[in-house]
Design a protein around this ligand. Sequence first.
Ligand code: FES
Length: 114
Amino acid sequence: MFTPTISIEDLTPGSKKRVTIHDLELMIVNVSGNVYATQKNCTHSDTDLTEGNLEGCVIECPQHGAMFDVTDGRVLSLPATVPLKTYPAKIENGIIMIDIPEPTVEETPETSAV
Ligand code: FES
């Protein structure tokens, strides 16, 4: 389900921001007017990638320097080996919309009446 986040005016080309939707922390990135969404934290050791350096579509982790392609989550350099999760993103009426999985509702075991 596409969920509205922030205005595209708040994410200029070449910039990135963190957003939280239903407890899911994401990084949204504007690469030359196209928006992309990935998990916020590095897959190597959970560092916040929004603090890293963005060059074109490549984000560099500020902790140990792993690089990822934000357009598809691919790992471009070690020490990370696991790609970033990515989420479909689009702009609708000036708002960045991200397609995230529906929050799961945990079933609680039935309790017996006393
Ligand atoms: S935490 Fe990102 S490369 Fe180590």
